[in-house]
Design a binder for this molecule. Structure first.
Ligand code: PEP
Length: 236
């Protein structure tokens, strides 16, 4: 299975940040044999980033979408709009959306379906909080999130992102990642790509990406700098 290395820029990036994409393109030289590469910038940068990566091994994606195609939803963006802007994937259910905007599993599922309706592949995020892990509930939490968030159409990617590992420099043990990914695999198709996310860096990417049922990474901070992101891609 081809790995997917996806960058989530979150609410970071102005036009000047496209220079990093340009740098990544020159570092890549040619399409990696076994990895697809994706960058999900803020929606404002999506059209120009998509133009910048056209014809390169890099795809562009969105970070969230509304469930509806259009309508009276001030400030929101639909999957169809993201597609027209150049997206091939949309991240849905990121823990920052679940926490900051109270997104439920049901809403995440509807957003995943909206992405599929537009012809895009949703990257559906799940993951436990620190407290849930300390209470020994990580597997149960992830399991419930999967039951509630996965749509019927199996054209999706799943990202396991322990909330406590995002942006903290903390990473679960390789055994803990293996355990959750094997649980996610049991609930998904053999061909579904399962990404790990949470403080993936060039220094730890190779060991994380070699774990069974880890088919790529969702990368926040380290996707903002071309050299760091390239280091992770090289680890595949
Ligand atoms: C993320 O935002 O999805 C993420 C994994 O962030 P970081 O790599 O910075 O921990």
């Amino acid at each position: 299975m081809r790995h997917l290395i996806a960058g989530n820029w979150k609410m970071n990036g102005l036009n000047a940040s496209l220079a990093e994409v340009n740098k990544l393109k020159s570092l890549l030289q040619e399409k990696p044999a076994n990895a697809d590469i994706l960058i999900c910038p803020p929606a404002t940068l999506l059209p120009s980033l998509a133009q910048e990566v056209a014809g390169s091994p890099i795809s562009a994606g969105g970070q969230d979408c509304h469930t509806a195609e259009s309508g009276a939803h001030t400030g929101d963006v639909s999957a169809e709009m993201l597609k027209e802007a150049g997206a091939a994937f949309i991240i849905v259910g990121h823990s920052e959306r679940r926490a900051d905007h109270g997104e439920t599993d049901e809403l995440v599922k509807q957003k995943a379906e909206a992405a599929q309706r537009a012809g895009l592949t949703p990257i559906i995020c799940v993951g436990e909080t620190r407290e849930e892990r300390e209470l020994g509930n990580a597997a149960a939490v992830v399991s419930a999130q999967l039951s509630g968030s996965l749509p019927e159409d199996t054209n999706y990617v799943v990202a396991y992102e322990p909330v406590w590992a995002i942006g903290t420099g903390l990473v679960p043990s390789l055994d803990d990642i293996r355990e959750i990914h094997s649980l996610v695999r049991e609930k998904t198709q053999e061909e579904t790509r399962l990404l790990y996310g949470g403080s993936v860096k060039p220094a730890n990417a190779a060991e994380i990406l070699s774990i069974e049922n880890v088919n790529g990474a969702l990368v926040g901070g380290a996707s903002l700098k071309a050299e760091d992101f390239f280091g992770i891609i090289q680890a595949v």
